[in-house]
Design a protein around this ligand. Structure first.
Ligand SMILES: [Zn+2]
Length: 506
């Protein structure tokens, strides 16, 4: 009897493995069923088996039969633990975990790849290239033949070398390593590219690692993540890095879908972006792609979306260039607090700082589409207002415009950089610090109150946040929609929950 956990079957005997079953039938080996489908159990202690009745192996889970003390147990739920117990008690075995690790053939018959540092000597056999002769460098004077073979496989100047052990003639290995051999750890190298003595300077790699954000398509993620984790654990064991995991966060981006199929060169349904850039510019193209969908979702390509992206940037450009004189008059350093501004200007300031909070939050979550939506809303708010030529007006407008340019910069860098320059800045927008929200500008001055009549929603009113209970109650009773439900009735009670709701009982 073979007990096996890794592949799922607790016992692999002829009754429970199709190949063993066929083998047993051919050579008249008795087939004893030890796991039975729950619905087919007749007598768990019966030693007779359905030898003749079985025509295929039973590979599912079920109830243990013909199994002595284990009869009647579910093979998985209790069986495994009980069998291990039994083996332990009798000193004939113990439980273990089998990892299904497989050997990994890392050699590839191609030029691009890290050379395998081994030479072959007739006398010594395969000999490793000693550390002081590493790295083995690929030749660059290669010729790509049409044979499909790696060009170094026929390159005598690379192949012929001497044996590091006996000094005699030897030949270099011409296979190179699988690209995963490099891609599984290269990110550590970025932390100290000039380090000559190790794969990365320990201090540097400890400072930067692990990688904060991994972005990849799911088709690459599985294998690369597995190999990179494996390498990282090995590098930790040898003390080259201190982290046990290579990546902190994973984003698997969606695919671009066109006409119901994944956009790919092989399918021939690729939209040439350079044509789009030529017609609408790189800024509009980038904005369009980021606005179309959250990055983890598939993006259904729709050419008409680029028009909308282009219109938005044009609207921003027109508005800013049309308001330059006023914007330049603004002073964002000495801008008035909310309570020192007329209502409309205060609401623009509030919207500006709310936008900063929103885009920071959305950038951090990689939700670029809602970042763009927030900027669009702010532009709508700004363009809807008629600014006069007061300093307050100019400053609020300047703050809103500069905020829009700064937070849109990562998405549409060219147009924002140009507008930044036009608004009178000598510095590059790229060098500007990221905008910070002013907490005092986030305070709401109005609250939305739900009005109920006998517990049912009948209206909504907007009141100043510091309104008294009486003020809120009167506003609720005066609301036209609410009036319809209370007219001609005796008001028995009014409950006011400040900032939230009014319930009128009639
Ligand atoms: Zn040798």
């Amino acid at each position: 009897m073979l007990i096996e956990y890794g592949s799922g079957a607790i016992m692999s005997v002829p009754a429970h493995d199709q190949r063993d079953f066929e083998f047993a039938r051919k050579y008249d080996i008795p087939v004893m069923q030890v796991i039975c489908h729950e619905d087919e159990v007749r007598d768990v202690t019966c030693n007779e088996t359905d030898n003749e009745a079985m025509d295929t192996a039973y590979t599912g889970d079920g109830v243990m039969v013909n199994s002595g003390p284990f009869n009647g147990l579910h093979n998985r739920k209790e069986g495994i633990a009980r069998v291990i117990d039994h083996l332990k008690k009798n000193g004939i075995g113990e439980g273990t975990v089998n990892y299904r690790l497989r050997d990994w053939g890392i050699s590839r018959q191609r030029y691009w790849g890290a050379p395998i540092p081994v030479v072959f000597c007739d006398k010594c056999g395969p000999v490793r290239v000693p550390d002081d002769q590493l790295p083995v460098i690929l030749p660059t004077d290669i010729k790509f033949a049409e044979s499909g073979k790696s060009p170094i496989a026929t390159m005598d100047s690379f192949i012929n070398t001497s044996c590091p052990k006996c000094g005699g003639d030897a030949k270099r290995e011409t296979d190179t390593m699988d690209t995963f051999m490099c891609s599984s750890w290269y990110f550590n190298r970025y932390t100290s590219p000039r380090c000559e003595t190790a794969l990365a300077d320990k201090q540097d790699v400890d400072y930067w690692a692990p990688v904060d954000q991994y972005v990849g398509g799911i088709e690459h993620a599985v294998l690369h993540l597995l190999y990179a984790r494996f390498f990282t654990k090995f590098l930790k064991d040898i003390g080259a890095v201190s982290v046990a995991e290579p990546f902190s966060r994973l984003l698997t981006q969606g695919m671009v879908v066109k006409d119901g199929a994944k956009m790919s060169k092989s399918k021939g349904n690729v939209v040439p972006l350079d044509k789009m850039c030529e017609k609408y510019g790189a800024d509009a193209t980038r904005l369009f792609i980021l606005f179309a969908a959250p990055p983890e979702r598939d993006l259904e390509w729709d050419d008409s979306g680029i028009e909308g992206a282009s219109r938005f940037l044009n609207r921003l450009h027109r508005f800013v260039t049309g308001s330059l004189a006023l914007i330049k008059k603004g002073d964002t350093e000495n801008i008035a607090p909310l309570d020192g501004l007329p209502k409309e200007l205060a609401s623009i300031r509030r919207a500006t700082h709310k936008t900063i909070v929103r885009v920071n939050n959305d950038f951090n979550r990689f939700q670029f589409n809602t970042v763009i939506a927030a900027i669009m809303e702010l532009l709508n708010g700004v363009t809807a207002l008629k600014f006069d030529d007061s300093v307050n007006s100019a400053s609020v407008l300047r703050e809103a415009v500069e905020t829009m340019l700064k937070v849109l910069q990562p998405i549409s860098p060219h147009v924002t950089g140009e507008l930044w320059e036009m608004t009178g800045h000598a510095t590059d927008l790229l060098d500007e610090p990221w905008p910070r929200e002013d907490e005092t500008c986030l305070v709401e001055d109005e609250a939305l109150i739900v009005v109920q009549v006998n517990g049912k929603l009948r209206g909504k009113i907007t009141v100043p946040v510091d309104a008294s209970k009486d003020f809120v109650q009167n506003a609720a009773l005066d609301d036209l929609k609410v009036k319809k439900f209370i007219e001609g009735k005796e008001i028995r009670k009014v409950i006011v929950v400040p900032g939230k709701l009014v319930n009128i009982v009639v």
